[in-house]
Design a binder for this molecule. Structure first.
Ligand SMILES: [Fe+2]
Ligand SMILES: [Fe+2]
Length: 304
């Protein structure tokens, strides 16, 4: 089930610009399940289900914001950066993700593979010459295998949801910002100033992001020596970084190259959100094209 959430509790302002909440744009990107019935098998009435959903999303961000500290991210990057769990091809990973995300979520209206292919095919239609962008669309969510038992079955708060930098102050545009007060970094003077451990314009490459499927897939692609252009890697690593790509926050940490790449992320993001449609894709028909792109930009087997 894809849950529509209130990404922002309140509208806010930045640089004199107002950012109102548009509920239609607020889609939670990740296999997030909320039971349709309670423990006694009774269905929630609509308004109850709605408030249950809201509570589940709040609880998700409470756990996320409390636990995603600078030390936690460093630990996860070190651990998962070893890439010593599985060897498999990109397509095998797509199939793995497809299998178990479906199983874990009986309400999912379409297999995960459809979301990936819908994103890729929609981009392909509008940008026929940017084959790297088609492939980026296909693989951007593969890091969700972190939810799988062979990847430690990480909790949802360590895999999906909006991402943000750690090691510097949490920006106001972060969803459910109040929960950061429970994060050990919140009152640590090393980490709670505007630049924190970073310096102005240092480049997002040098910034630690909250841990999840984005940063993991970025590590996998980079360490396996992908030949995707830097804009592709940028999209993979920051596609859930809503404070940046929707609200322009944290731009003081960006390099000139980041600013160029952000243009591609803005393009990509439209497809990531709006391709979650009912357009069915004939997997067997498009598979050969994507296999040829995988072959062009990745080794046959990758370390995960
Ligand atoms: Fe994603
Ligand atoms: Fe996605």
């Amino acid at each position: 089930m894809t849950i529509t959430i209130e990404r922002r509790q309140i509208d806010f302002q930045r640089d004199g610009k107002e950012f109102p909440v548009d509920p239609k744009e607020l889609v939670f990107d990740g296999g997030f399940t909320v039971p349709e019935t309670n423990a006694f098998g009774q269905s929630f009435r609509d308004y109850d289900a709605e408030s249950e959903r809201k509570k589940a999303v709040e609880e998700f961000y409470r756990m996320n914001h409390i636990n995603q500290s600078y030390d936690f991210v460093k630990r996860m990057r070190k651990e998962y950066g070893k890439l010593d769990r599985v060897e498999m091809s990109i397509w095998q990973c797509i199939e793995l993700l497809n299998e178990f995300v479906d199983e874990s979520d009986p309400d999912l209206d379409e297999p995960q593979i459809e979301h990936l292919l819908q994103t890729a095919e929609a981009i392909r239609k509008d940008y026929p010459n940017e084959d790297w962008l088609h492939l980026t669309g296909l693989i951007h969510d593969l890091g969700k295998v972190l939810l799988h038992s062979s990847f430690g079955q990480l909790p949802q708060w360590a895999v999906v949801g909006d991402t943000f930098p750690v090691g510097c102050a949490f920006d106001d545009s972060n969803v459910h910002k109040k929960f950061f007060e429970g994060n050990p970094d919140y009152n640590n003077p090393k980490y709670n100033t505007k630049n924190g451990v970073y310096s102005e314009g240092c480049g997002l490459d040098n910034v630690l992001m909250s841990w999840g499927h984005d940063d993991y897939m970025y590590l996998v692609a980079k360490e396996n020596k992908t030949t995707l252009p830097s804009a592709g890697l940028f999209i993979i690593r920051y596609h859930s970084f809503y404070p940046l790509h929707k609200f322009g926050a944290y731009s003081h940490l960006m390099s000139e190259e980041d600013k160029e790449n952000l243009k591609w992320l803005h393009i990509f993001n439209k497809y990531d959100l709006y391709s979650k449609s009912k357009v069915r894709i004939d997997v067997d028909k498009v598979k050969p094209y994507y296999l040829s792109l995988i072959e062009k930009y990745f080794p046959a087997k990758l370390k995960w």
